[in-house]
Ligand binder design. Structure first.
Ligand SMILES: C[S@@+](CC[C@H](N)C(=O)[O-])C[C@H]1O[C@@H](n2cnc3c(N)ncnc32)[C@H](O)[C@@H]1O
Ligand SMILES: Nc1nc2[nH]cc(C(=O)O)c2c(=O)[nH]1
Ligand code: SF4
Ligand SMILES: [Mg+2]
Length: 207
């Protein structure tokens, strides 16, 4: 990995941080403070935050100040996302959030090692850079993005690797949702171990 010019125990590159409603996945509908780390080397063609990829475009922010800002809001749920948050060691950020009484949920592709502490891990594997094996054991939720028909088979390959408590979710790629939703509905009706996840924040037009 590239050598960081900052100490991730103290500061991290941040694209944005905002209070909103968790729009997708198992915890959809819950108010949460989102921290979006800058930087991703996975390169999904359909990524909806490509602006996050180049970490150098974004400021390095102090972790204590970030967590103090999060603490001003009512919810004690924090979601760490990106970018790919595990490009960095998350020990410092997750420890500080937990000390302040937050539940710490993370969104990750699993392409980098697990660091720090979490209450909930949403693993969303990518064809462009496969998850490391360690993530299948820590994942609380497997969220597969359905971009084309072959992704159902690919989803099952990942489901075969996760732990037995892991929730299984299929989420349409946003640009393909009209084409893929009918297939997802049929698939979930026939394979009820899977549930549907929608990006409800996009329908609601909130961040
Ligand atoms: C932007 S990513 C950031 C976290 C991490 N890099 C990852 O991919 O899991 C957050 C979530 O959005 C999903 N996502 C990204 N672009 C999407 C799109 N166009 N349609 C549906 N879901 C998308 C990802 O699969 C992931 O579950
Ligand atoms: N409201 C809202 N919910 C989200 N859940 C996961 C998101 C992400 O980009 O990681 C996201 C996001 O960007 N906004
Ligand atoms: S891993 Fe996540 S942030 Fe990175 S390109 Fe893919 S969807 Fe975007
Ligand atoms: Mg998003």
């Amino acid at each position: 990995m590239e050598k960081n010019l900052f100490d991730p125990e103290v500061e991290l590159p941040i694209m944005e941080a905002f209070y909103t409603i968790q729009g997708e996945g198992y915890h959809s509908g819950k108010p949460a403070y989102f921290i979006r780390l800058a930087g991703c080397d996975v390169g999904c063609v359909w990524c909806d935050v490509k602006d996050s990829w180049d970490a150098e475009k974004w400021p390095i922010k102090n972790i204590d100040e970030l967590v103090d800002e999060a603490y001003k809001y009512e919810s004690r749920l924090a979601v760490i996302t990106g970018g790919e948050p595990y490009m960095y060691d998350l020990h410092g950020l997750t420890k500080r959030l937990l000390q302040k009484g937050f539940h710490v949920n993370v969104e990750t592709s699993g392409a980098h090692p697990y660091t720090g502490m979490t209450d909930w891990v949403c693993l969303s594997p990518k064809k462009y850079k496969a998850p490391l094996d360690e993530w299948y054991e820590v994942a609380n939720e497997l969220k597969i993005i359905i971009y084309n028909k072959s992704d159902f088979k690919w989803a099952e390959e990942h489901a075969a690797k996760v732990n037995e408590d892991c929730k299984l979710l299929l989420q349409p790629e946003w640009g393909k949702r009209e084409e893929m939703m009918p297939l997802i509905v049929e698939y979930v009706k026939n394979n009820p171990q899977w549930n549907i996840s929608l990006q409800t924040h996009k329908y609601l037009q909130i961040p």
